[in-house]
Design a protein around this ligand. Structure first.
Ligand SMILES: NC(=O)c1ccc[n+]([C@@H]2O[C@H](COP(=O)([O-])OP(=O)(O)OC[C@H]3O[C@@H](n4cnc5c(N)ncnc54)[C@H](O)[C@@H]3O)[C@@H](O)[C@H]2O)c1
Length: 456
């Protein structure tokens, strides 16, 4: 039985508290205490948990060290805003505990170095919760690549679309400033760059990026006829004709979590998506060179009419294409944008010189494409050994953010950035073996082609 304390009691913490309340892992995981900087959210969470955990210990963030002393947990779950992750991860390790942290592990290279140094010094474990690896179709892509369906992977084309529901929400919240989130290159793309590292089984070496705030700005507000908007939705004079109006009063969960608790920390959850002080990009394009020679061409757009991604792997034996059109929601309000008639999820393989075929896609249920529940079982249950090696430590957590951190620097300087110059003392992660470099590929002619090439 492992014992836990949870720090950070916002929207995402529900995934963890639901788990403790469900009793599903009651023989392997026990919640001892909760902690946050906002007294209102502490009270709210304590109230929600009171049935399953009467008298649960609650602490304000300033009493974090006292909580560790008094509760003596095995592990600290970190679910706070991104910029504060390093602080709790390191304090957990310094006090002899392990840490489980939400993504991104942290937001810049200095904080990343601090985590690397503390992990090495203390020998404690940090686990980063990359739920995206666990969603069944993405795991399936990993299996196909590992099985050599397209041979050795030479290049990747990856385009991620955030729609005007989900994407816009980053421009309302704390994420809108790089000092809090590292921008979408770190906060969001950590998932995507982690997937690529893991799918390819290698690490990034060089990064070149361009990005800008093209849509969530004053010019676009003018195009929509929204000049004269307020700093936030609550009192905005143009809210009745704004497609981005968020009425927190209308959503019980949001009102309870944020609006009712503004008095404690001044945090406004419904700031205008066109606000002047936003300093994150909404369109980014990145080229990454990987150890072993593969090249990634990646883009992220945060103002798309539909949500999802396309990823294509070009290999020595052919091409794998994976499309996923997702439903998304405004975090916390429960609405699902399902009206788009999603094209669904597809995996297709185009072998060289052979007939292309579709692969029956494995589907999951629940949040994040069914990934959350599989991951929780892996963390808190008693899972079998995982041939896909989906669990991620601080080394993989570091590589997942270093691409985005380098991209931020490249956007700023116009230069290509060497990832190895950002941090020191970072070992390479261990991934499952991938198809080899020197595999001989036999001649085939099933499409009636008169010739063929043997790739050496
Ligand atoms: N894996 C995923 O798919 C996924 C999805 C959503 C969020 N997340 C991550 O979860 C984390 C939390 O996101 P969220 O949406 O719940 O945000 P949120 O704003 O709803 O909650 C953050 C909480 O942290 C608290 N907090 C802020 N500073 C603190 C400090 N110094 N000490 C203690 N508590 C502090 C806030 O009061 C708030 O309760 C983020 O890192 C986010 O990236 C991950």
């Amino acid at each position: 039985m492992k014992s836990y304390v949870l720090v950070g009691l916002g929207s995402r913490s529900k995934m963890f508290t639901n788990l403790f309340c469900s009793g599903e892992f009651k023989d392997s995981a026990k919640l001892l205490a909760i902690c946050d900087i906002n007294l209102g959210r502490i009270k709210l969470k304590a109230d929600i948990l009171s049935k399953e955990f009467p008298g649960l210990a609650c602490y304000e963030a300033k009493d974090f060290d006292r909580m560790i002393k008094e509760q003596n947990p095995d592990c600290v779950i970190v679910c706070t805003t991104d910029r504060t992750h390093d602080e709790y991860i390191c304090r957990a390790m310094e006090s002899g505990r392990d840490a489980i942290t939400e993504k991104p592990m942290t937001i810049d290279e200095k904080k990343c170095q601090k985590i690397i140094n503390t992990a090495k010094k203390t020998g404690r474990n940090v686990r980063v919760t990359f739920n995206y690896r666990y969603s069944p179709p993405r795991s399936q892509v990993k299996e196909l690549l590992m099985d050599g369906a397209i041979g050795k992977i030479l290049s990747v084309e990856f385009k991620w679309m955030l729609d005007t529901n989900h994407g816009a929400d980053y421009f309302r919240r704390w994420h809108r400033n790089k000092v809090n989130s590292g921008g979408l290159m770190v906060h969001k793309a950590t998932h995507h760059f982690d997937l690529v590292n893991w799918w390819l089984g290698t690490v990034p070496e060089t990064v070149f990026a361009k990005g800008d705030r093209l849509f969530y700005n004053e010019k676009q507000a003018e195009r929509f006829g929204l000049s004269g908007h307020s700093e936030r939705c609550l009192n905005c004079p143009v809210k009745n004709r704004c497609n981005f109006y968020l009425d927190m009063n209308n959503f019980e969960i949001m009102r309870g979590l944020y609006l009712d608790n503004e008095k404690y920390d001044g945090y406004l959850r419904d700031r205008c998506v066109f606000g002047d002080d936003i300093d994150i990009e909404d369109f980014m394009s990145v080229t990454v060179g990987y150890k072993g020679g593969a090249i990634l061409n990646y883009s992220l757009v945060a103002f798309s009419p539909w949500e999802g991604y396309r990823v294509v792997f070009n290999g020595t034996k052919g091409r794998l294409e994976h499309l996923c059109q997702e439903s998304s929601y405004i975090n916390g309000d429960g609405t699902v944008q399902g009206a788009l008639k999603p094209e669904g999820t597809l995996i297709k393989i185009y072998p060289h010189f052979k007939t292309p075929y579709s692969v029956q896609v494995k589907q999951g249920e629940g949040s994040h494409g069914g990934g959350d529940i599989v991951m929780l079982n892996d963390i808190f249950g008693n899972p079998d050994p995982d041939p896909l090696m989906r669990s991620a430590d601080y080394i993989q957590g570091s590589y997942s953010i270093l691409t985005g951190i380098a991209a931020n620097k490249s956007i700023q300087t116009g230069q290509q950035i060497n990832v190895s110059e950002l941090v020191s003392g970072l070992k390479e992660p261990i991934f499952p073996p991938m198809p080899g470099e020197n595999e001989q590929i036999p001649y085939v002619s099933d499409t009636g082609l008169k010739g063929g090439v043997v790739i050496k």
